[in-house]
Design a protein around this ligand. Sequence first.
Ligand code: KG4
Ligand code: ZN
Length: 348
Amino acid sequence: MRILAIETSCDETAIAVVEGKGGIKKPSFEILSSLIFSQIPFHKEYGGVVPNIAKREHIKSLPLLLEKTAKKIDLASIDQIAVTVGPGLEPALWSGIEFARELSKKMKKPLFGANHLKGHLYSFLLDNPEKKKIFPAIGLIVSGGHTILLYMKSLTEYKKIGETRDDAAGESFDKAARLLVFPYPGGPEIEKAAKKGNPEAIAFPRPMINQKNYDFSFAGLKTALLYNIAGQKADWDKFNKGKAIKPENADDLAASFQSAVIDCLTGKTMRAAKDFSARSVILSGGVAANKALRGTFRKKTSAAKINFFAPQQKYNTDNAAMIATASYIEIMSGKKRRISANGNLGIH
Ligand code: KG4
Ligand code: ZN
């Protein structure tokens, strides 16, 4: 099944064409095209994503991306169209949905409503791993809006065992970056600075790490960073006036903050892997692009003699190839979803 997928849930406009084969038992994927237009330059000056700018830019970029795709692939060979319906920013989601609806009508091809979180979750399949080594698995999705831990018996049978009680991991990176006066998006900037800093310089808390559950909390960690910066400068006045203060030890703060987030994420995930006798850990979402996080997972899973799966670097952050992959799995398992934007769509 050749799927053309459209992704517009946040600040990346993406169109991909992926060939899925093998059905639910032995799925395999070939990426025929994967194009992404990043909107970062348009949101940078606001320090975060502005929903109406995102919508405007998606509307502008989608026809251009389709035109580029059509230069590589005969669109008549497409069997199915898929579009992200949630979760995400609703104005942004609608721009993709409306474009997909028109395309589906024009091309006379069926349209599937895809779940963005499932796109992340299944993105490791783009590398066609050997399926017998995967399940049971613990899946960790770490993105800008979500931090979710899943116990997976198979690709389609899973249950949520934990999630964040406040900020998502990516959101905490973005907020920390703002405090350290790094540009948006914060995750990659923290990672860059952390390489130059000492992760043991500041002993930040590891919230909830010893609690016997699989939940996370990152809001307190961000507050600890704020207190540390303010304490150093003893300049609450400036903070209260909303003035940004770039601390001199920003690299150490970034490294120590990143290390705390990594300890929380890997600590809880590895505990779940042990408790559920998992054969593997599957990591996904924008934060999974963080090399220090991947490196720690690689070390810990190897010490625990279990497998580790994460998509190639470029498929961690938002893209449409993962949306095609998730759509294939869901279509093959008989799933149906309304073609209507749902900003808060969960992992089901
Ligand atoms: O999955 P994604 O592209 O979009 C959502 O679905 O939210 O994730 C974006 C998030 C942002 O919070 C961004 O700061 C974070 O992923 N991120 C990173 C890195 N690259 C992106 N966080 C830490 N280290 C990175 N290298
Ligand atoms: Zn995402």
